[in-house]
Design a protein around this ligand. Structure first.
Ligand SMILES: Nc1ncnc2c1ncn2[C@@H]1O[C@H](COP(=O)(O)OP(=O)(O)O)[C@@H](O)[C@H]1O
Ligand SMILES: Nc1ccn([C@@H]2O[C@H](COP(=O)(O)OP(=O)(O)O)[C@@H](O)[C@H]2O)c(=O)n1
Length: 230
């Protein structure tokens, strides 16, 4: 069966990685969560004092440190998805905190950070057979992807989903803080100069506000079948 490239973009916390990882498992593709890469750079910057007190980034210092940031993925059989490693340390949990979420968008707006991440992502997808989710996969990383999906849901629905997830994991969560974070990231991600979050002209839009996880997985599988058979 022919292998294709699948790009899943959209707003924060709308279910991109949930559907991407499930699809990859079903069809035996590699799954890459590009948000985890930007989150890992952010965690590194937080740990190394590369943020100013006002939340802005010490850009020159970060630039000098970029070659010391090694991000890798290793498949976790139990979780059924790849875990993210920063310089050899599993940071899967550490990169999902609200603190990291509150710092990530300024990091992801920096051109040299994006250039480094995009180069790595393109390398991982060189042989196709990949499902990648993020903000700029269909527009910048793989503009030639055979299937592009752009996912949306209302900000309240997305914040509720993230809130439920953090609660279930026993992590601190406040609904209003999460909603504010989701809205702020949407704004910064959509308005940055380099690769802003936007729907690619040839992407299919999916509003999953009122869909179950099973329904969206079925929907995505149908889209893939059409591309693979067609
Ligand atoms: N259709 C859905 N209905 C309810 N919850 C969902 C749905 N899709 C995803 N979720 C949940 O929403 C949360 C955010 O999903 P996630 O896949 O991490 O989003 P993203 O990758 O877009 O940030 C997760 O806890 C996930 O289980
Ligand atoms: N391809 C990507 C993926 C994420 N990002 C940035 O990384 C942040 C975290 O992405 P994420 O996918 O983990 O976020 P959630 O939607 O899971 O909350 C986003 O808010 C963007 O600022 C990006 O700029 N480009």
């Amino acid at each position: 069966m022919k292998k294709i490239t699948i790009a899943i973009d959209g707003f924060s916390s709308c279910g991109k990685s949930t559907m991407a990882k499930e699809l990859a498992k079903k069809i035996g593709y590699i799954y890459v969560d590009t948000g985890a890469m930007y989150r890992s750079v952010t965690l590194f910057a937080m740990r190394h004092g590369l943020f100013n007190a006002d939340g802005s980034v010490k850009t020159d210092a970060l630039k000098q440190q970029m070659s010391n940031i090694d991000i890798t993925f290793k498949f976790n059989e139990k979780a059924g998805r790849p875990d993210t490693y920063l310089n050899g340390e599993c940071v899967e949990e550490a990169i999902r905190t609200l603190d990291v979420s509150n710092h990530v968008s300024p990091i992801a707006a920096i051109p040299f950070v994006r250039a480094a991440m995009v180069a790595r992502q393109q390398g991982m997808g060189r042989n196709k057979g990949i499902v990648m989710d993020g903000r700029d996969i269909g527009t910048t990383v793989f503009p030639e992807a055979e299937l592009k999906v752009f996912v949306t849901a209302s900000a309240e629905v997305r914040a509720r989903r993230r809130y439920d997830e953090l609660k279930e994991k026993g992590m601190p969560a406040d609904f209003d803080d999460i909603l504010k974070n989701v809205q702020e990231r949407d704004y910064i991600d959509s308005h940055r100069e380099v690769s802003p979050l936007r729907k690619a002209a040839d992407a299919i839009e999916l509003d999953n506000s009122h869909m179950t996880i099973a329904e969206q997985n079925d929907w995505l599988m149908r889209q893939v079948e059409q591309r693979i058979e067609g």
